[in-house]
Write a protein that binds this ligand. Structure first.
Ligand SMILES: Cc1cc2nc3c(=O)[nH]c(=O)nc-3n(C[C@H](O)[C@H](O)[C@H](O)COP(=O)(O)O)c2cc1C
Length: 180
């Protein structure tokens, strides 16, 4: 059975992106889903000096092992000031010091993003689509849900066209996952 890792790129205990990543992952049939919480992989703030001093922290090595153990990924990006959350950027920077920057290991990746605002974290999604391919990111499809608190209720996307759009992206992702 294929394995998929899903997580929100946030360390908020009430992360709406973790909810969205989990929602998308639950739509995968006959797939083993692992939901990760970035709080379980917290590492000291990256610095070159710290890297020399302590090497790669254990939580980063653990997260890298988790990435290696799955066949595909669903990441939902939270946006802080048009960019990554501090927690995700720190994880990203540490991971980039391993495996010749092949962070995402060319595994099929469904990229999501949501925020309470009308742009639905489109800035961080755009940045990510540009840079992830340089880090082994094999992005199969991407999706942004704007106005999370208007469009997501009781475990479902209530906007019909947005729900259909995500379902279509999930189908694309599954097709690639099956052959990976
Ligand atoms: C420091 C900070 C900066 C933020 N900047 C943005 C932003 O640039 N764009 C946006 O859409 N939302 C922004 N927000 C709102 C977040 O989208 C919102 O907090 C969201 O819940 C974060 O996702 P999460 O719940 O998955 O952590 C910001 C929130 C914080 C705390």
């Amino acid at each position: 059975m294929k394995k998929v890792l899903a997580f929100g790129a946030s360390n908020s205990k009430t992360s709406i992106n973790k909810v969205l990543a989990t929602y998308a992952a639950q739509k995968l049939k006959n797939v083993q889903v692992i939901i990760a919480d970035l709080n379980d992989y917290e590492a000291p703030l990256y610095s070159p000096d710290r890297e020399i001093e302590i090497g790669i922290p254990e939580p980063i090595l653990r997260f890298d092992e988790l990435l290696a153990s799955v066949d595909g990924l669903i990441i939902s990006l939270a946006e802080y000031n048009g960019n990554y959350t501090t927690a995700f950027k720190n994880l990203f920077d540490w991971l980039s010091r391993l495996n010749n920057q092949n962070i995402w290991k060319n595994k099929p990746l469904l990229l999501l993003a949501t925020s309470p605002g009308g742009r639905g974290a489109m800035n961080v999604l755009k940045i990510t689509k540009e840079i992830f391919p340089f880090f082994g990111g094999n992005i199969i499809a991407d999706f942004s849900l704007p106005k999370y608190y208007e469009n997501f209720h009781e475990g479902n996307i209530t906007d019909v066209s947005k729900r259909a759009e995500l379902n279509g992206k999930i189908v694309q992702f599954i097709e690639v996952l099956k052959t990976s």
